[in-house]
Structures are given as C-alpha cells and as structure tokens.
Design a protein around this ligand. Sequence first.
Ligand code: ATP
Ligand code: MG
Length: 695
Amino acid sequence: MDGPENRAAAERPSETSTPPPDPLFEQHLREALNEAQYRAVTADEGPHLVIAGAGTGKTRALTHRVAWLVQRGIRPESILLLTFTRRASQEMLRRATGLLDERCRRVSGGTFHSFANLILRRYAERLDFHPRFTILDRTDAVDLVGIVRSEAGYAGQGKRFPRSDTLVDLFSKHVNTQAPFTDLLEQDMPQFLDDLGAIEDLFGRYRRRKQEQNVLDYDDLLLLLRDLLRHHTEVRQELAARYRHVLVDEFQDTNRLQAHISALLASVHRNIMAVGDDAQSIYGFRGATVRNILDFSKIFPGAEITKLEQNYRSTQPILDLGNGVLRSAKEGIGKELFSDLDEGEIPTLVRTPDDHGQAEFVARRILELREEGVPLSEIAVLARAAWHTAELELELQQRNIPFRKFGGIRFVEAAHIKDVCALLKLTANPFDGPAWFRALQLLEGIGPKTARAITDHVIERDGDVRVLVQPKLTSRRYGNELSSLSDLLQRASADSVGVSARLEQVLDAYSPWMERKYDDANQRRNDFDSLAVIAGRYAEVESFLADLAIDPPDFGRGGPSDDQEDEWVTLSTVHSAKGLEWHAVFILQMNAGRFPSFQSLGKEADYEEERRLLYVAVTRAKRYLYLMKPEEVGNRYRSYEVGELSPLLGDIRDLRSLVSEHVHVPGQELLQGDATVPAHDDSAQLQRIEDYFAD
Ligand code: ATP
Ligand code: MG
C-alpha cells in the first residue's frame, strides 16, 4: 500500500488535494487535546497566536499541529518549525513522528539562527557574501572588535573608553533592539556618551572588517536574513513557496529581528502560528521583547487568538506558588494557572546552614526519590547561575549519582575546543581574521602583535597560506612552526578531505601546541572524542562549524563518548530549563544576590525579569518542588557570607501558606525532623572497645 505513488499522493500540497481526515488520527486528537488545543491544532490557514501560561500544552499543540498538517497532505519539508534550541525542535519532531509517521522527520526545524545560516549560504551572493562564510562566536567578535579598536587608536589614550566586550554587547543590543546608540548609552552607560562618535565609527569599521573577512556574527545572521527577505522580493516569494507553514514556539523570547523575520516569511501566505507566554519572557537582557506577542494582531490583522487555561503539568499547590510569584509582579499579568491535580505535596522551603548542607540535602533527597521509584531522568536541580551548582556537583560525584549539566560555559567555549575550531575554520575560510589571530598565537614566539601583522598579511594576499613560508617569515624563530601550520592548512583545506579526516589532521598538528599551552592537556584531549563523534555526522565542514557556533551540542559533563549512564539527574540553569518539565525539581540558593542575581537588585526591569525567571523555574515541577535556602552562602572566592532570603519569595503575599518550611540539619533525617533515628547496632564496636581496654 505504501508504494511511491501513494506516498507522492499523500504528500501533495493541500491546494491540489486534501486527503480525507484519518478517523483514527482524528479520534486520537480528540482524546489527546482539550477543546481549545484542538481548535488551534486543526485551525485553517492564516495567522494564529496561542497565548497561554506555563504547562498549558502550547508546545504539545504545536507538535500535534505538525502531525495534523502532514496528515492533511502538506509536504513535511514545507513546514518550518522554529524553536529556541535545536534540542527542542528535535524532540518535537520525534514526538510528531510518534503521533503520525516517519514523514514528520522531514519537517524543516531549527532555531532562527540555524535557519538563517542555511538560507544565507544559499543566497549569500545576492548579499555580496561568499557562501563559505564562517561564524564568529562572542569571543571571536570580542577579538575582532579589539583589533579594530586598537587600530583606530581609541584604546589606550589615557582616558576610559569602553572595553571590547562592552562594545560587542552594545553593538549587539543596537542590532537586536534597533535602538540608537545614544539611547542605549543614556540607559546603561552614560559615562561614555562623550564617545558616541567614536563608538559609531568603530561599529562601522567592525562591520566592514567582517565583510572583508567573510565572517558573520550571530546578529548578522538575523540581520542579513531580515534584509534578504525585505529587499529581495523574488527570494521572499521563493521562500514563501518553499515554506508554506511557519510555526514558532516560545515567541515571548524572540527579539524584534526574529519577529520581523517571522512576519516576512509569512507575508505572502500568512500561515503563521506563534505560541508563547508573556509571563515567561526571560531573555530581555538579549533584546527579546514581549511586544512581539502583544502586537501580533497589529502585524497580522484578523489573527485568530487562542488562550489555553488548564495546566496539565503540575499539582495545584505548585501552581499556587507560581501564581503567587506572578501576582507580586509590578505589571500584573492577571493569569491564574489551575490544574486538575489537586492532590500533592505543598512546595518545601528548605533552610540549611550553608551550601554544603544544601548539597547534602539535595543529594540525599535524590537518593530517596530514586528509592521511591522516581527515575533520575525525572529529577532536576535548577540554579540561577551555572556556578551555583559547584558544591552539589562534588557531593553528587562522591555519592556516585550520575548527572549532566546544562547551561553555563559550554563545551565549545573551552579554550582547546576553540583552538581546534579556529584551525578548522581556516580550512574553510582563509579570510577569517579572528581564526588566524587565535591560531597564530598557538605558535611558539608569536604574541598578539605579530599575530595581527601576519593575519593582515595573509588576508591581503587573498588568504593564500603559502605566504606563511616566505623567507622573511621562515627566517624568524617561529619559522618552523609557521611552515607546519601552512602545511596543515594546505593539506586539510582540499575539498576532497572529509570532515572527520580534516579534524583528525588538525588534531594531529595541534597536539604539540596544546601540550605547550595547557598543563592539563591530557584531560582536555578527552573532549576531542566527543568532537570527533559529532564531526562524523557532517558532510561539510562549514555546516559542522556553523552548528557548533550557533547551537552547540549541550551535553554538559560527560558528553557523547561518556554515555555509559543513560539515567542521570539534570543540573541546569533556569534559562536552559525553558519548556522542560520534571517530576521533582530543586531550586538552589534562594538568597538575595543569588536568585535574583546581584546585578538585578535595584533595577526594576531586571528585577521583574528575575521574577519571571523564578516563575519559569517553579512551573517546571510536576509533583515535588524544593526551594533551597542556605543561611550562609559561599561566593566565588570560597569565603562565606550570610544570605538573606530571596526578596522574590519575600514579595509573595501569604508565602507561609504556599510553602512548608523545613530546617535541615546535615546528617539528620531529611524531612521528617522528629522521626526517631533508627538505633544503630554498635555491639561489635563495643566488644572491640572492651577487648582493647581489657588490659
Ligand atoms: P511551557 O510554557 O513550560 O513551555 P507548554 O504550554 O508548552 O509549557 P507543554 O509542555 O506542551 O506546555 O505541556 C505540559 C505538559 O502537559 C506536558 O507533559 C504535556 O504532555 C501535558 N499536556 C498538555 N496538554 C494536555 C492534554 N490536553 N491532556 C493531557 N496532557 C496534556
Ligand atoms: Mg512549551
């Protein structure tokens, strides 16, 4: 039955033939969805916004919509599912496949950045770019801004001038929010208002330099895609024909450019479904804006709007606390989550003497939960900042509790991985200045100044690596190493060399440089196995590098080669826990200056974002929720300070009725404070003592 003709017929776009609804599938939808969800999932073409609180099934509705569209005969490739992480879209497509069939795997899914990367390579030439561009991550961007900043002579004039990383953040905010530099400076750094002219000049230089070097930073990906869609009608029409349905999850965390891109993608057919929750907007610091949700109907007049009310994730006591967090918000969001799951333990506020007591409680409670039959994969420990979990990681290791950590410093940001990526980038794009700058400094005797000079020299000669072996360079003391680098790049850049082989050649050459640079080279080498596993999945080095830069694999401690354990506890920043859920959730360090972050104290907008962040954290829990409050907290320097209770909790009216408080004394019973301690049989030890003292 499933011959090619049948498949082809099933995949024909809906405008030519719509297969009759499959009664079984239809029945499944009816059972799996509530009325409002069902309406959204089966809605006609046209703009549609689903706006609803945490855990009300927004993501579930999108997943079912994908399956529904495919079942209706829409070509899977013509559905574009945009999510916040690659992990999210893969998971959604896996589920859609389970709902319907393998066709759902062919749906186009990814993040805005990865989609932009794909499209820009296809149309690069129209924007005066070479399709083999490489991507600057934040560190590369800081390096490049540092170079133009010192060339332009703004650095080191004896007066304060923004540092390169400050400039990168400022440039990024300017691009993402499209606010003029004056406004941004006035808001955040009025001390640099005098430098406005210089800052604008540097922004221009940085832009030109990126173009010369055929590199794009993260923001360029969005900006150029937006411009491509905006100014090239034929491209917009082509893409509208290719992607007939645009679905966007977590719309509250899109920035203006992303909203603009979504709107342009749907400008021809208007088939866009966006889902989001204004109360969960937590990326304001990166330029995301809830206006995108609030103004949806202005961009798409007549848009259908669906609200989902019932939460299917958590018990009512957990939602009561979530509602309490929202009610204390400055701008009331007026949303109350409710659940059918009335029964359930009230969230516990656990006071411990210090970080160590916190770690001990969490680790022991995890073991208890496992005893009670909760798998480790259903347990998460969330923290405002990645470093807050340090003490707990030690404790978990000591107790042999496997865990994976998400968020914080990512695998690809580790210095040795960046070195390898720089070398690989040069095999794809010999104009990549920051990659040259980094790679050259691996060589003995080359510091930033020489690296800069050689970088300029190679780029002026069209990226021809043979200039590295010119006598004026080889006669220097770093000459031999330069020849090795030149050799490597000539060998590894050949188109015939596949991604894995290329990586292998780079790693061989890098080995002695790494041993010189890092004392712990051997330990770092372990990460290369993970890198090799990932590289093996790619046919082109550009896509491998682009994925590493844009949406790097987030496997935390361990990594794919360390995969013996398939059961592990999740340790995550709250930001990286977005959209996910666990049976039991611990939130660490509910202390002022930890959660909310110290930087947000006294700044209203930032503080309100912390509040939404706590709302996100609380609403990840299905059954058990523990808010941890060490009385003393360690800082980065390993000294202790007394910690006040988080004002985010303090702000909640009737907190006492929403949580139960428990004081944990390390070494004692966890929650049943007054439970009798089981008598320990010490007769053998007593006998030993008797024997010893007998004489
Ligand atoms: P968030 O705001 O955190 O992203 P969400 O609105 O996307 O949450 P989902 O993750 O889609 O919510 O759903 C939360 C949980 O509720 C999931 O386990 C989902 O399977 C379940 N769920 C959603 N709708 C229903 C339903 N109609 N019947 C049964 N379970 C449901
Ligand atoms: Mg969701």
